[in-house]
Design a protein around this ligand. Structure first.
Ligand code: BES
Ligand code: ZN
Length: 857
């Protein structure tokens, strides 16, 4: 029905520099909830002679006055449309001049949380990607960079902006940011806030004041965020040689925030769930995420802020690199093996899903309609994987020389992916022409491997094919770094890891002078984001699970065994004994670290099983998948009851809670054991644990177990009673009861919850808690009667009118609809068409929904 309208797309090929150079932006805010006045004085110089001055800014800006060097231009030279304000060249001087505008805006009516808005009485901003145009008329594009000088007038006690403070007195604050920056990095916060404060001295001796600002009363939950910030600052100095460059670094936690967090220069703004943590309210996973996101936003100070993007097509230049850096940081802080395995799990669950469906696009797209729809797993996670491959290809030394050159050559620039690759070519001498396809092509390559053994020579034959994606039918062969090691029959490694560089569609590699036939361990560390299939039997997988020295490959062997059993079970075949035996040997091995064993014990989720079935050419049946998974889990528990029970008891951590890696890893193994035992102990352990656990990690795990068995009621009531006033805990409370519900009940439970007074759906966290909880219940969302689809569609329509970014993002619940049976397809398509038919639907949601509908045509 609705086709993607090519006319409102933006194209990379259309890039032109802005015809004016900006040298300074002076902003003055008179804050008031429904009538804030913003004065903007911009110093401009025409770049090459006469040109119209086109500023971004739409109908939400109420223009009060406009002056050029103090004089109002003739009205006939000023043109406004729905998205811009243009001043004709005829009204502009041909030398440097200052444009001063005054506009009025209404933060209290801003439910989209883009631009300047109010959250719990606090003013705050979100400008990336194109929010600044909702604050004032401005060239809102990342290649226009200036120094900002900001004055805030307000009766609120804490008034913050970017850079260094100049003047602070009651009712007024002035800030100056000496580092030229694009408007998307602008931020302002004003409110009644309290700080946790500390100091940091940089390697060259700069003394930096650090503050984490929260609502008064929340300071006792902000300490971990501060510790994480200090660790991040130290790490970036030690590993990348990057120092902080202002006198203050502020972090602010807000409750209403579309994303996780934002790297505004010197004033990072965070979703409060990524700042606030205490043992009673946050899980180990929350702590780890907080540490990683604080690091991520801090690392943007160099990769994103000092070097920014020329245009939004280059988004992965800052996001892919910064994700790569935060992943490195977490591997240094915690277990590198566990981090790699969980990153691959996320990549597969989110990016492979995207890359294999209607929303596939390259890490560097060449067109888009709505930029907010391109903050995707492909830009972020695949963007990071591509850097990991580059590092494999040029080596650790080459990587660090290239990065030094990048910071040296491009500091202060708005750069491109071409600049980035050039730096690697210049620093290492390696030609990256073919490598660039990783940035410009969509789709996950399928890598097939066959083996041949003859006269002491092992030959590995690889074939690569990248399936077509929307708009890209044919794909050239890519460079694929394949990390391979060989393991002898007795389990010893006979060839250490080496990188095979595949550059052709078909290619073979030989290993000579081998005594006995080894087992190849392939794609170690997941050295490339591809789908590997090889002819391998379950015994060989079990052998790798027992002996591989590479933790990722070892885990992957177990994963493959599990998936092979689960897909067979879901198709009505008997399977699983081999897997259950192999897992038994692994979990009894106390020399393997707890978190690794926990990962191996946790079965793939329903969604992952569905994906594997679809990849093998079957139509996934959500109910059969759910039943298969329950069956295998119960059999694992029965077979290993004693070992699991022993693990459960021994992994209890004594003493006060610490979010550090070691105790958290023990808890993760304990919880994995509990999840299995819960299938056979009637919930007895979970119910005891819920009562005695002193930390949220174990309480949530116990609660999840009880809900699975339909025994969650009193535990849910206890949480509600204890934490009714804690939004973050109540978000978990909403999520878990839908996510862990028996699939047949999930939609009804979600409906009930949506009717509660505290279902404050305009709060993005609360909306995501409920709708995301349902989307995570695979067989519940895909209920055969279409109720999951209808419920979700109704709420997306409602949310779209208030907050298009959130509605568009959550619409990806439908991303995989074409792979299901005709009945479900028809119902999902009807739900998507209902959304598409909605009058006044946002550009954000329209683009997503029409791309998804087009895929089923
Ligand atoms: N720059 C983004 C935040 C952002 C994205 C703002 C899109 C506006 C639109 C920030 O650096 C980011 O990437 N945040 C992530 C978390 C991060 C750890 C991957 C987020 O918000 O989810
Ligand atoms: Zn980022």
């Amino acid at each position: 029905m609705t086709q993607t309208d090519a006319t409102d797309a933006q194209y990379l090929a259309d890039y032109r520099p802005y015809p004016f150079i900006l040298s300074e932006t002076r902003l003055t805010f008179d804050l008031s909830p429904d009538a804030t006045q913003v004065q903007a004085a911009i110093s401009l110089t025409p770049r090459n002679g006469a040109a119209d001055l086109v500023l971004d800014g739409g109908r939400g800006l109420d223009l009060v006055s406009l002056l050029i060097d103090g004089t109002a231009p003739d009205a006939s030279h000023v043109i406004r449309d729905a998205e811009t304000l243009t001043i004709r060249a005829a009204a502009l001087p041909d030398r440097p001049f200052t444009l001063t505008s005054v506009v009025r805006i209404d933060p209290s009516a801003n439910t989209a949380f883009e631009g300047l808005y109010l959250s719990n009485g606090m003013f705050c901003t979100q400008c990336e990607a194109e929010g600044f145009r909702h604050i004032t008329f401005y060239p809102d594009r990342p290649d226009v960079m200036t120094v900002f000088h900001v004055t805030i007038r307000s009766g609120l006690p804490v008034l913050l902006s970017n850079g260094n403070p100049l003047r602070q007195k009651p009712g007024l604050a002035e800030w100056h940011d000496p580092w030229p920056k694009p408007a998307y990095l602008f931020a302002l916060v004003a409110g009644d806030l309290a700080a946790v404060s500390d100091r940091f001295t940089t390697a060259s001796g700069r003394d930096v004041a650090l503050n984490v600002w929260v609502r008064p009363g929340d300071q006792d939950r902000a300490g971990f965020a501060m510790e994480s910030l200090i660790k991040s600052m130290r790490w970036d100095e030690q590993v990348y040689g990057r120092e902080y460059d202002l006198d203050v670094f502020n972090i602010v936690a807000v409750d209403d925030f579309n994303m996780g967090a934002m790297e505004n220069k010197g004033l990072n703004i965070f979703n409060s769930k990524l700042v606030l943590a205490s043992p009673e309210t946050a899980t180990d996973g929350d702590y780890e995420r907080i540490e990683a996101v604080i690091a991520h936003e801090y690392f943007h100070n160099w990769t994103g802020n000092r070097i920014t993007c020329r245009d939004w097509f280059q988004l992965c230049l800052k996001e892919g690199l910064t994700v790569f850096r935060d992943q490195q940081f977490t591997s240094d802080m915690r277990s590198a093996a566990v981090k790699r395995i969980s990153d691959v799990q996320t990549l597969r669950a989110r990016q492979f899903r995207e890359d294999q469906g209607p929303l596939a696009h390259p890490p560097r797209p060449d067109h888009y309609q709505e930029i907010n729809n391109f903050y995707t797993a492909t830009v972020y996670e695949k963007g990071a994987e591509v850097i990991g491959m580059l590092k494999h290809l040029v080596g650790d030394d080459g990587y660090s020389r290239a990065l030094d050159l990048y910071f040296d050559r491009h500091d202060g620039d708005a750069a491109t992916i071409e600049d980035w690759l050039q730096v690697f070519q210049d620093a290492t001498g390696r030609d990256l022409t073919q490598f660039k396809y990783w940035y410009t092509d969509a789709g996950t390559p399928r890598l097939t491997m066959a083996e041949d053994w003859q006269d002491g020579v092992l030959t590995l034959r690889f074939t690569q094919v990248t399936p077509p994606t929307p708009g890209q039918p044919d794909k050239p062969a890519r460079v694929i770094p394949i990390a391979v090691g060989l393991i002898g029959p007795n389990g010893d490694e006979v060839a250490a890891t080496q990188i095979l560089e595949m550059t052709e569609a078909h290619q073979e590699f030989r290993f000579k002078n081998l005594g006995a036939r080894p087992v190849a361990s392939v794609l170690r560390g997941f050295s490339a984001p591809v789908v590997l299939s090889r002819d391998i039997d379950d015994d060989t997988r079990a052998f790798l699970l027992a002996h591989d020295s590479d933790p990722f490959a070892r885990w992957e062997a177990g994963r493959d065994l599990a998936l092979s059993a689960l897909t067979q079970l879901a198709r009505g075949q008997a399977a699983g004994d081999g897997y259950i035996g192999a897992i038994g040997r692994l979990i009894a091995d106390d020399s393997a670290d707890p978190a690794f064993r926990a990962l191996c014990l946790t079965l793939p989720g329903d969604e992952e099983i569905a994906t594997r079935l679809a990849a093998e050419g079957h139509i996934p049946d959500p109910d059969a998948i759910h039943a298969a998974r329950s069956d295998l889990a119960r059999r694992m528990a029965e077979a290993h009851q004693d070992t699991l029970s022993d693990i459960y008891d021994r992994m209890a951590v004594e003493g006060p809670y610490s979010p550090d890696a070691e105790p958290a890893e023990k808890r993760s193994l304990r919880i994995a054991a509990l999840g299995l035992l819960n299938r056979i102990d009637g919930g007895d352990r979970a119910s005891v644990l819920f009562g005695v656990a002193g930390n949220m990690t174990e309480r949530m795990a116990a609660l999840t177990c009880l809900i699975r068995l339909g025994r969650g009621e009193s535990a849910l009531a206890m949480i509600e009673e204890q934490f009714a006033d804690n939004r973050l805990v109540m978000d978990k409370w909403f999520t878990v009861q839908v996510m862990a519900a028996p699939p047949a009940d999930a939609v009804a439970i979600a409906r009930d919850l949506a009717g509660r007074r505290d279902f404050d759906w305009k709060n993005p966290n609360r909306f995501r808690a409920l709708l995301g909880g349902l989307a995570a219940n695979h067989a519940g969302f895909h209920a055969a009667d279409g109720s999951g689809y209808d419920f979700t569609a109704d709420w997306l329509i409602r949310m779209d009118a208030a907050n298009p970014q959130i509605a568009a993002r959550m619409s990806t619940a439908f991303e995989t609809w074409p792979r299901y049976d005709p009945n479900r397809r028809a119902k999902a398509l009807a739900a998507l068409e209902q959304i598409a038919a909605q009058p006044g639907l946002s550009k954000n949601t329209r683009e997503m929904v029409s791309r998804m509908i087009a895929a089923g045509a």
